[in-house]
Design a protein around this ligand. Structure first.
Ligand SMILES: Cc1cc2nc3c(=O)[nH]c(=O)nc-3n(C[C@H](O)[C@H](O)[C@H](O)COP(=O)(O)OP(=O)(O)OC[C@H]3O[C@@H](n4cnc5c(N)ncnc54)[C@H](O)[C@@H]3O)c2cc1C
Length: 452
């Protein structure tokens, strides 16, 4: 540990120094970050110092908050560590929160709750709120409120000229557009101001089925038919996974094939029960049922994402259909689910998210594919075959839905999954390329998912 060469006083770590490994590690363990220097930022001025240092030396800049979305292995260059910039300040009257670059969703949920407010967080409390929102942010209440990026009021960002800018939709509409959903290739965001919603509770949880006892294809068909009938106050997804038969797994889960429907509904518990009744009737008895009234602070239990670091590869496809079953080839989705099921080589978690509702509304940002009705994701913990085996499996599985595929989601591309390929439509790509040329002509921020 030393201080930066430009003597700004910023904490820095170089290879071999105590603390370097801790600064470069995070949730994703499959891909190493080995920068020449880490600037462990405590505030915006440290980020300015890091970018100035990188620009002067012509080095690439990467950003590391929690490591959930680590784009790829990165050797050399400058890494800006934002985990110390984790402040969350709630303005209850304005119903907004200012979120530091290193804050996790769990901390934002906690800070908003005493004011009767909630952020538009995702499934896991450990994910970084800023990294998530820069990628769009598909939250647990997405169909009612839209992408989290749609609720951003202002962005504080250090651009490649080492200037800290306060960007709002009025001050600089084009830069504001590109910063949100644009692939984080335009600068290092030091904080975001986001809108909160008045919410203290939810009706939600999951219904789990034994995929060996019930035909998973029938579950996919019944789920997608039912989802078309519910209002936007209910957001849901289907997940299918074979739990590994390993001693480290809880005995009740070892080797099981679980297909579950996850639900979050802002309506009353009675309304939620009424909406879910036809699904229960169509699917038959569940092996697990956690649907209930819950305080918003428990909403992370709906998905119960793993909270321990591990290696994984992941990718996704938007489906070019409306959010209902009309137009959706549920048979093709069921085939994809089957290809990732018990017969597959390795573990593959499939998730099918219903989109539509507020997600389809236009917003002043670059979040793409708003017309898509569904999003299919595959997340594969890496085994012996590593990334190549996972990538080959994904190619086979996604080919089942090739006829409906409309592109990929920035937030669900893990472990170097083809970078920015297929994420943007040509017009958005052109706008982002123009912004890149204006704000980062030397492509300093090439470590992120941005358009070059
Ligand atoms: C278990 C799990 C659950 C998830 N759930 C959801 C979900 O429900 N909905 C959803 O939409 N996504 C979800 N994601 C995806 C997640 O939003 C992305 O992976 C996101 O990039 C994570 O950001 P991070 O800061 O936590 O991770 P990091 O790996 O630290 O950052 C990821 C990337 O984001 C960019 N970035 C981060 N901070 C900054 C910054 N301050 N300035 C500029 N660029 C920055 C950089 O490119 C960085 O490499 C989930 C991921 C995991 C692993």
């Amino acid at each position: 540990m030393t201080t930066d060469p430009g003597s700004s006083g910023t904490l820095t770590f170089r290879p071999g120094e105590a603390g370097y490994d801790a600064e470069t590690s995070g949730f994703q363990t499959g891909f190493a970050l080995r920068p020449d220097v880490v600037f462990a930022a405590s505030g915006p001025q440290d980020v300015v110092a890091a970018v100035a240092h990188a620009a002067a030396a012509g080095l690439p800049v990467g950003v590391h908050a929690t490591g959930h979305g680590l784009p790829d292995t990165a050797e050399g260059g400058v890494l800006v560590g934002t985990r110390r910039m984790d402040s969350v300040t709630v303005d209850a009257a304005a119903r907004t929160a200012r979120i530091g670059a290193g804050a996790r969703w769990g901390a934002v949920v906690e800070a908003a709750a005493p004011h009767g407010l909630a952020p538009l967080n995702g499934s896991a409390p450990s994910v970084g709120a800023v990294g998530y929102t820069l990628g769009g942010g598909l939250g647990i209440l997405a169909r009612e409120f839209g992408y989290t990026a749609d609720h951003v009021r202002s962005v504080d960002v250090v651009t490649a000229d080492a200037t800290l800018r306060h960007v709002t939709p009025d001050s600089d509409p084009e830069l504001f557009h590109g910063l949100l959903g644009g692939g984080a290739g335009l600068g290092v965001v030091t904080s975001l101001e986001v809108g909160l919603v008045p919410l203290t509770r939810l009706y939600g949880g999951s219904l789990g089925y034994d995929g060996r006892a019930v035909d998973p294809a029938a579950l996919v068909h019944a789920y997608t038919r039912w989802a078309a009938t519910v209002p936007d106050t209910l957001t849901s997804s289907l997940a299918a996974l074979v739990h590994p038969d390993l001693p480290s797994m809880p005995p009740a889960l070892r080797g099981t094939y679980l297909v579950s429907v996850r639900i979050a509904c802002t309506g009353s518990a009675a309304e939620g029960e009424r909406l879910v009744a036809p699904l229960r009737a169509a699917l038959g008895p569940a092996v697990s049922d956690t649907l209930r009234e819950m305080p918003y602070g428990d909403s992370h239990t709906i998905h119960s994402d793993p909270d321990f670091p591990h290696p994984y590869y992941g990718d996704s496809r938007f489906l070019d259909t409306g959010p209902g079953p009309g137009g959706l080839d549920a048979g093709a989705v069921a085939e994809l689910v089957a290809r990732c099921g018990p017969g597959a080589d390795g573990m593959h978690i499939v998730q099918l998210n219903q989109l539509g509702g507020a997600l389809a509304r236009p917003a002043p940002n670059a979040v793409p594919h708003r017309d898509a009705g569904w999003l299919v994701r595959i997340l594969s913990p890496l085994g012996e075959g590593g990334r190549d085996a996972a990538r080959a499996h994904h190619a086979r599985a996604f080919s089942a839905i090739a006829g409906q595929s409309a592109g990929r989601s920035l937030n669900f591309a893990f472990g170097g999954a083809d970078r920015a390929e297929g994420i943007y439509d040509p017009q958005t790509r052109k706008r982002l390329a123009a912004l890149k040329a204006a704000y980062d002509p030397a492509n300093l921020f090439r470590r992120n998912y941005g358009v070059a």
